[in-house]
Design a protein. Sequence first.
Length: 243
Amino acid sequence: MSGHSKWHNIQGRKNAQDAKRGKIFQKISRDLYQAAKKGDPDPENNPQLRLVMEKARAANMPKDNVQRAIDKASGIGGAKFEEITYEGYGPGGTAIMVSALTDNKNRTAAAIRSAFTHHGGTLGTSGSVSYMFDRKGYIVILRDGLDTDEDTMLMDALDAGADDMKTSDDEFEIFTDPKSMDDVRDALQEKGYDLDTAEVRLFPENTTEVPEDKISQYTGLIDELAENDDVQDVYEAATLPEE
């Protein structure tokens, strides 16, 4: 029995790791698709696509998966994807934005609506909560192995056209006007910086604390949304109590 139990535990961990790796590959595939769709499918002419391909290599994503995502963006393979944003209220009235990339709008809309309803939230109409969020260019440079101090990084970011920067022990977070993000990204790469992230994101202007009696519902909603294969990002204007 002990041998069987040990094998079962090992197999369980392997299955969990495989599932996690699958979600990572899925996220990268959608990022590849978006980058290739918005720009040139040739990475030599598309800095954003090159950045995502570097992430794919770092995650040991098979080359066939990478090429398949780029082919979809080029219309090869037949599948046509569409970007859709959903707006809603979570438990306690917290504002939530959901960015999806789907080849079946009806399927995705039904799943998003079900998630909100199942966890005590409400799917809203267009514009119901989007005014609570700001769109910003967001660039992350990891500090591990980087021989650059905060002052130098700030000056280089501002010279590149960035608006602001936050520093932590692990990374530099650089914020830009959405329209300037590509130019700032390119300028920083020309300075020799390796970028971990370069994309346009939504940031809440203010946040609402989730009531203690709604925490379980709220986290369940966020988890269900994040696990949906069509969901790219979930943006929250909420915080959880510190305890």
